[in-house]
Design a protein around this ligand. Sequence first.
Ligand SMILES: C[S@@+](CC[C@H](N)C(=O)[O-])C[C@H]1O[C@@H](n2cnc3c(N)ncnc32)[C@H](O)[C@@H]1O
Length: 318
Amino acid sequence: MNDGDSKLGGEGGDGSRQPVHRPVLLGEVLAVLELRAGLTVVDGTVGAGGHARAIVQSIGPDGVLVGLDRDSEILASARATLSVGTDKAAGAGARVSLHHLPHSRMHEALAAIGQSRCDRVLLDLGVSSLQLDRPERGFSFMADGPLDMRMDADAPVSAADWLATVDEQELADTLFQLGDERYSRRIARKLVEVRRRTPIVRTSQLAALVVDALPGAARGGRIHPATRTFQAIRMHVNDELGELARGLQAAHDCLRPGGRLAVISFHSHEDRAVKHFLRAKFDVLTKKPIEATLAEVQDNPRSRSAKLRCAVRREDVA
Ligand SMILES: C[S@@+](CC[C@H](N)C(=O)[O-])C[C@H]1O[C@@H](n2cnc3c(N)ncnc32)[C@H](O)[C@@H]1O
């Protein structure tokens, strides 16, 4: 699933207008990773290539950027941002190698370019704005679309498939555990009752059913009442916590001793998993997670819940 290689020169990007996902905590990520010329860097969630573009500029012509994403559509945006396969790509920048793979399989991406180890790994978890902004991907309650939510379109089970068969108790537990949804039981009861008559297959339909299930007082508030339900279903359908655990282990195994891992998470369960893993297996550089400044939050509201942690890979124990 190697998506192509390039040499990236200068500014990054081919000068054409690409869809925008603004990288979160960009300056902070570059600082904690201590990038320098010639490093091999794995961006395990390359997305639209926002972080990757800046990384490529920092590691120079002797550096290698290996980018992975489990979403092939997004990978096409990264290819455009990083000029893979264009004339501009023949410049003097770092080599870029893109792969349609989950980050838990980063060793395969490294093997494809003849390497077994790398110097830096970045994981920027969650969804990209490009995924949220496309109603046909089914991630958002803000616009109607098929209830899909798969990051990898080849994955066997969509959100609609799962909702059609999941047991009421398991659904309630998932909404509670992955969405912190206090009305998880009411919502699960409602969805299971409705699906006996009508399949739940559209994002707008699910959002309306969630609102319907809530007591009147819970329908207002700062965030849309379906936010937690959508988050929980998305995290379940993509096994995001399982994938995170495997990706952290893969990063540990692929990094050279002294190499650095930086992880940006957007969810308390993810941040907890990252914190515990780093404490157990790495020398932690960020005792407390780094968060976005007020100015960044105002400029890019998606950065509001971002937490960045960074750590150094220990020496191999003989
Ligand atoms: C927040 S976006 C990354 C944005 C990117 N840093 C940028 O600056 O454009 C997260 C990306 O990670 C991808 N992703 C999520 N889980 C993944 C996994 N387990 N393996 C590979 N990619 C994953 C998503 O498809 C999405 O494109």
